[in-house]
Design a protein around this ligand. Sequence first.
Ligand code: ADP
Ligand code: ZN
Length: 597
Amino acid sequence: MPTPSRLVPRIQRVTTFVGVGVILVAVVFLASQLYLRTQVTTVHEVNYTELRQLVEGGAGASLVVDGELLVVTKTDGVQAQAVVTDSMAQQEIIRVFNQNHQTIEFRSRQPGALSSVVNWGITLFALGVLGFVGWRVYASMGGGTSDFKVNDEGGARGVTFADVAGVDEAKSELSETIDFLRDPERFGRLGGRAPRGILLSGPPGTGKTLLARAAACEAGVPFLSVSGSSFQEKFAGLGASRVRKLFAKARESAPCVVFIDEIDALGRRRGRGGDSASADQDQTLNQLLIEMDGFSQTNGIVVIASTNRPDILDQALTRPGRFDREITVNLADVRGREAILNVHARKLKLAEGLELGWIARGTPGFSGADLANLLNEAAIFATRDNSEAVAREHVEYARDKILMGVERRGFLMDEDERYATAVHEAGHVAVGLAAKHGDPIHKVSILPRGRALGVTQSLPERDRFMKKREYLEDQIAILLGGRAAEQVLLETMTAGASNDIERAVEMARAMVSEYGMSPLGPIHLGKPEDPHSQALLDRIEHATSEIINAQMKRACEVVSSSREEIARLVEGLMERDTLEADEIKECFNLRAGAQAA
Ligand code: ADP
Ligand code: ZN
């Protein structure tokens, strides 16, 4: 359930299967139409005389009169039809059937005609849909030009370096590239080595795409962008051909910037598995390497790629002449965050007393994208609030929403569930207050948000660049505090603690296997695909559970020794749903400011 630190929702790409559904429906429909039509072709067209002979010979078993159309089904099941416009002649045939007491059916003309129009309409529509879908598939297979986006007007929507803040190092590293793009030939004459491949690495949302776009714009050249993942999940061999097409287009548009987002999707280490998907990816990557090697010093194409997993890239990608320059784009520090907020606040009206510096201080760990999102949410909330300007409370609301998820007001818990949740959250808070190295508790709530039933929110009071062993141990204890409270105070356990436990165990495992903070000493497991000895893995699991058990014991001790405080906090939560830092401290008899939040 509740989680004592950040919960930043990631926007997930949703794949719709609507397209597939439409194709299926269209195919089934066309098939049924075809079937119906082939049925109809077993009807023999005859003239009136033949029809009459047939009927008088006694071969007719039943008759359908469909306006001017007479359809006779013979005793052997074969049908014969004739158009008989003359009503006297029609009467003649009907009379014979009547004499023989055979079935006659009259159909009204109108609906038949209408329904056939509708039928044809639907058939044509289905054909149209099939055609459209086919064309899209063809286009996405590399047949069309919709493969990659080209922004000609000097790089995309006029994004300039002024729109990218808090990444000054990256900007200055890119300035040489911009000089090159402005005048590739002069750059070559002066003996400069053209930077052709730049790798931007860093966490998502830090502005890598924005930087590449702005570089193109500053140089006044076209910006071709493509996502590495778009080379995947294609039919075999198509990835490589798309790479060829991309670079053909780049040579046409040179000087230009080619931007490959998420290059790790196609630039993973080659030759991992024997399956065809990875073989195809290898082929795509080889093609990319060939294209990059084929650049001459002066052709004016700069390829910028971005990744948040530089460690998994194939080493061939970072050889000289390829992506030989790596620029790390990090999460901004407090001053960087303020600068980024400045960029995004330009189009907003801020209330007096709302300082961007204050927002920046309260948002450690937020990426540029998170900050843009924060201001956007705050603006939406201010509008909904009918406010003139964006004020502090709007920003606070938006931050809670981003950190903890949206409140689900319609979701009702019964009193027992609310109580259990309050105890669980109070456990996190109690351990959080007792832990000296953890982040200060900022807020606790038993209003269900997102998938969680309750939330304990803590915010680091400063940017944490280094995580000490004590900090990690405290974090684990805080995560386990909820379960500890359930166990000690409710004498039960809820499944809601599963997310806490998962995160605690992950943290403990990283302490053992990555940070060397266990009796096993500094060990390194290497890449997941490398072979590991089972004995080592067993020892890691053992050391991990030792950390977990020790912290669980500690959390239980804290909870047992603060029963009274926890009871007060639970009471407050049952009454008011959400408690702020000061109210929390009151329950724990702490001076306000003792554990500043
Ligand atoms: P990345 O490519 O690193 O995942 P993006 O460049 O796509 O990140 O950033 C997404 C959005 O977040 C940008 O369009 C911009 O609105 C905002 N943003 C991210 N970083 C910055 C920054 N350094 N300065 C200003 N805005 C930023
Ligand atoms: Zn919890």
